[in-house]
Design a protein around this ligand. Structure first.
Ligand code: ARG
Ligand code: GLU
Length: 712
């Protein structure tokens, strides 16, 4: 009996790599062969590391495109057809929209190549190859250097490395620090500049569920849009021109129409933005107990005010919809992050890890100094970090008029430092910005936000961090009244009028403006009394983190360390799997169109379903896109370790075929940026069959289906 149990345990622990290893890690494609290939194969991958990253022949990496520098996209035809998220293409879709031709509302499908819409400024970046340049970057750098000396030595080395590349005119090289500056990698890139909008579903599909469903599973969003890379006649990057032709890629992703099931291997390939997996427990305590609660409470207050107005006034709802979504996105993420960190006892877990670090380093005097140093540095920095987040959230983000003063400051500085010509150029840009700003601005609402948030600032921060106007003044609403009446900043007409005057008058008026004056003083307090001490401690923390990172890698030699995300190309892999967010609740891994209809609220701005989709549902007209039960798949989740920037990343099966499109994570698992835990960390993907169904059955854009390679 006992033996059987032992065998069972052994099998469960060591023979089931799917269970043990799946999930954690954002790996560099150049090290897959050495670090990951065999595990990936054990988990169900059929292709080789060489098929994923190879610089001598077309490989998967040649289909992965950094979209505009902020999202990921992938090439899915031999004519440069790009797939990314709806929320990634949102800005472009919006820019082609007007009241009479509202692409956001109605969707858009170019019927021929010549109907595809150019997007000035939008780029598509491919990775040509990646080099480990650590030795050259750290050449001559010694441990006794100060951090400034060290940085300047490295900067000089990086210049030399860049020069040593013999790049083509269309290529560029980016060199980034990894493992907190212990290693350096170079990314040689080619950037295409003619990227056109090909198609998008209406918002009711591409943004179905909007803020209510954001970060939430079960999910039913068709979060995709399509673009195309255009090249010059030589297939190389070219500025927009009618003569440009669709780009011929070295590789594009074939599409798996057979579908996926629970447990299947998946990998996600893209450009994750930022993670912090190797922090000491003190840093996590600071995030959980101090910084996240502060940011959450500020945004909570701001969102409540916006919401109360958006609910009662249609115009306000339209004006504030996009701002509200932006503020709510990270507000909701931080709440989920804290929940997850607490639920999985992340601090406890780190402390145990640190205890084992201390034990293993009993004979390393130097390495033992790091944790106590962190302890004292985090203790010192916390009041400043807290004040800094408070200032940045209140002044830098949520009170719009205060936020606007930073642009006015730039105008004043440009005039005083660079003269009238530069002033004129900046003023023209500012005027464009202001037109958009005031279009969606309501001074009464902003005054309410000002009153509430400044009151919170007063209640929570030390008096040395207040602007003098607040000192000894307990009634912020009076101050707010005075400022919002007396200032030109919240007043579009006055501001426009002033900006048309002579530069001297503009500058004098701004400088005399009471709200501007308040912001100026506040900014000085922030710079000298908050940010300066914050940065002084932060430099020391970063330096210590570099040493601690190195020490962790040298201490736990049997652990594979993946570098924190830094917007460079990575692969993560896991399995299709559901999860249990809390007691008695089990989530399945798949959603279907039935769930869209369950959520349907006629006329609602988040959950409306248009007639066309309803008809397709009622007639079950799913064609080749239905699953085995005859239902239409919508989204699925998996244990892939992703973060912001992975939006639009392809979900790829074991054969290298596209099965879905990454666009979000589950709420309880957003803490994966700090503490990945396979029990609740899941990424959310749209099933590729839903995407193709929308293109084909819903939109009738069959010319796009025809250029793809479908595997049935
Ligand atoms: N949560 C996703 C991400 O972090 C999607 C955000 C866009 N969607 C939204 N409803 N705000 O970026
Ligand atoms: N929506 C995120 C993005 O825009 C991806 C979600 C995440 O943070 O994982 O990149």
């Amino acid at each position: 009996m006992m033996n059987k149990l032992k065998v069972f345990l052994f099998v469960a622990l060591f023979w089931s790599p799917v269970v043990i290893f799946a999930g954690e890690g954002m790996w560099l494609p150049i090290f897959l062969k050495a670090l990951n290939e065999s595990e990936m194969r054990d988990m169900g991958m059929k292709i080789s590391a060489d098929d994923i990253y190879n610089i001598n022949k077309g490989s998967l990496k040649d289909a992965i495109v950094h979209f505009g520098g902020f999202c990921t996209s992938e090439i899915i035809s031999d004519q440069g057809l790009l797939l990314t998220n709806h929320h990634c293409g949102y800005g472009q879709i919006q820019s082609h929209s007007s009241i009479d031709n509202n692409l956001l509302k109605n969707g858009f499908w170019a019927s021929t190549l010549s109907d595809e819409l150019p997007n000035p400024g939008l780029t598509a970046t491919l990775i040509d190859w990646i080099d480990d340049v650590s030795n050259a970057a750290l050449d001559g750098v010694t441990e006794d250097m100060s951090s400034t000396e060290r940085q300047s030595a490295i900067d000089k080395n990086l210049v030399k490395i860049k020069e040593s590349y013999n790049l083509k005119s269309y290529q560029d090289v980016q060199i980034r620090p990894f493992y907190n500056g212990n290693q350096y990698f170079a990314f040689i890139t080619t950037t295409y500049k003619d990227v056109r909008l090909v198609g998008t579903p209406p918002e009711s599909i591409g943004k179905f569920g909007s803020d209510t469903d954001n970060w939430v599973w079960p999910r039913h969003t068709g979060d995709f849009s399509m673009f195309r890379i255009y090249a010059g006649p030589d297939n190389l990057p070219a500025e927009y021109s009618e003569e440009n032709i669709p780009y011929k890629p070295k590789h594009f992703l074939p599409i798996n129409l057979k579908g996926i099931k629970e447990g299947d291997f998946t990998m996600v390939f893209g450009f994750p933005g930022r993670t912090q997996e190797y922090l000491p427990s003190y840093a996590i305590e600071q995030i959980v107990n101090v910084l996240n609660p502060a940011k959450i409470e500020i945004r909570d207050a701001a969102l409540k005010i916006l919401d109360s107005h958006m609910r009662t006034d249609e115009k306000t709802k339209i004006q504030y919809a996009s701002k509200y979504a932006r503020i709510a996105n990270y507000w909701k993420k931080w709440i989920g992050e804290n929940l997850g960190l607490i639920k999985t006892k992340a601090i406890d877990k780190k402390q145990k890890y640190e205890a084992s670090y201390v034990e293993k380093n009993a004979n390393h005097g130097e390495r033992l100094t790091y944790l106590p140093k962190f302890n004292s540095l985090y203790e010192s920095i916390t009041p400043y970090a807290y004040a800094r987040d408070y200032y940045l959230e209140v002044v830098g983000r949520n009170v719009e008029a205060l936020n606007l003063t930073s642009y006015l400051r730039k105008l004043v500085n440009t005039y005083e430092e660079n003269g009238t010509e530069e002033y004129g150029k900046y003023k023209a840009r500012l005027e464009n910005y202001l037109t958009d700003f005031y279009k969606d601005y309501n001074p009464e609402i902003d005054q309410e936000v000002f009153t509430k948030l400044c009151q919170m600032y007063l209640d929570h921060l030390e008096s040395t961090h207040y602007p003098s106007m607040f000192t000894g003044n307990s009634d912020i609403s009076q101050i707010a009244n005075y400022l919002y009446r007396g200032s030109i900043v919240p007043n579009a007409d006055m501001m426009t009028d002033i900006l048309n005057r002579e530069p001297e008058i503009v500058i004098a008026t701004i400088k005399n403006d009471p709200l501007y004056a308040l912001a100026e003083e506040w900014n000085e307090i922030y710079t000298d009394k908050i940010n300066k001490p914050y940065q002084e401690y932060n430099v020391q923390i970063e330096e210590l983190q570099r040493l601690y990172m190195k020490a962790q890698m040298e201490t736990f030699t049997d652990k594979r360390f993946y570098p924190d995300a830094n917007s460079t190309m990575r692969i993560t892999y896991g399995n299709v799997e559901g999860y249990s967010p809390r007691d008695a609740v089990e989530y399945e891994a798949f959603t279907t169109l039935d769930g869209v209809m369950e959520k349907y609220v006629p006329g609602d701005y988040e959950f409306d379903v248009d007639e066309k989709l309803q008809t397709l549902y009622n007639t079950k007209n799913y064609g080749q896109y239905a699953n085995k039960e005859g239902k239409l798949p919508i989204c699925f989740i998996g244990s892939n370790h992703t973060t912001g920037g992975n939006s639009g990343s392809p979900a790829i099966d074991g054969h290298g075929r596209l099965i879905g499109l990454n666009f979000d994570r589950v709420w309880e698992g957003t803490m994966s940026d700090i503490n990945y835990d396979r029990s609740i960390c899941r990424n959310i993907m749209v099933d590729v069959r839903y995407i193709l169904f929308i293109i084909d059955k819903y939109a009738g854009a069959t010319r796009l289906i025809d250029e793809m390679k479908l595997v049935k």
